[in-house]
Design a protein. Structure first.
Length: 255
């Protein structure tokens, strides 16, 4: 996992019951918008953590601050994005992300790193987590997901319902795996990869940093950084949109 982000490793989720992670329940501020904000708020309802409130995400290239998809009540909003540093300082809270675009999760990580903010994750009680799984902070795992033994998840990765990571599969930082995605045994994806719904990476294959795998695609060979691929087997739709020295890939309007 090449992002280099370093945060405290706390999780809110069912692994507390299984004795795998030492659990601490911090006060949490949710940063997000849209449908993913609705999902995260629903997950938090089943936890024992202390929800301080929500700050609508207004990073670059994001939708309007207020939207109906989130189901957010206005009384839950505790401030605007430009007040984040003050709120974190005054309330001593950790941050949980609730948006589903890799570029935005990456940008939020950078922001939290600059503010020395703690990033926390949440795991659905209906997710299955195997033995010796490694997770960075800020990972969100939704219902019906299965993470098998010795798999690893990078900082602030997002697994939507029904995602599967096989034995030894590896996922980089700030990745988004949409519903029904599968990473087969020993497959790997780099930082900021977007995996569309129902897509699959076959055993041993590698998907490079910032790549986009369109829904329903099956990866049968390695995919280069920043590349957009589609189909069964997946073929290149658009060649690399950045070079390794250029920093994060450009935001994609469709994600």
């Amino acid at each position: 996992m090449g992002g280099g982000f370093r945060f405290l490793r706390r999780f809110i989720g069912p692994s507390e019951q299984r004795g795998r992670v030492q659990m601490v329940q911090p006060k949490v501020l949710v940063l997000g918008y849209g449908i993913e904000l609705r999902r995260v708020l629903a997950l938090l309802q089943h936890s024992s953590m202390d929800l301080i409130g929500v700050i609508p995400w207004s990073g670059s290239d994001s939708p309007v601050i207020w939207d109906e998809e989130s189901g957010l009540q206005r009384h839950q909003i505790v401030g605007s994005f430009d007040q984040l540093a003050t709120i974190l300082d005054q309330r001593a809270t950790a941050v949980c992300f609730a948006f589903s675009r890799p570029a935005e999760r990456w940008e939020a990580l950078r922001c939290c790193q600059e503010l020395a903010a703690e990033v926390v994750g949440i795991i659905s009680p209906e997710a299955k987590i195997g033995a010796d799984v490694r997770m960075g902070p800020g990972v969100v795992i939704d219902q019906g997901c299965s993470v098998e033994s010795e798999a690893s998840l990078g900082t602030a990765s997002l697994l939507l319902p029904g995602v599967r990571l096989g034995i030894g599969a590896r996922c980089g930082d700030a990745c988004v795996l949409e519903a029904g995605t599968s990473l087969d045994d020993l497959s790997r994806i780099g930082d900021q990869v977007f995996m569309g719904a129902g897509s699959r990476v076959l055993a041993g294959c590698f998907v490079g940093r910032g790549a986009v795998v369109l829904p329903g695609s099956v990866i049968t060979s390695d995919v280069g950084p920043g590349t957009i691929v589609s189909g069964i087997p997946a073929v290149v739709v658009e060649s690399s949109v950045f070079s390794e020295g250029d920093g994060p890939p450009r935001p994609l309007q469709s994600l």
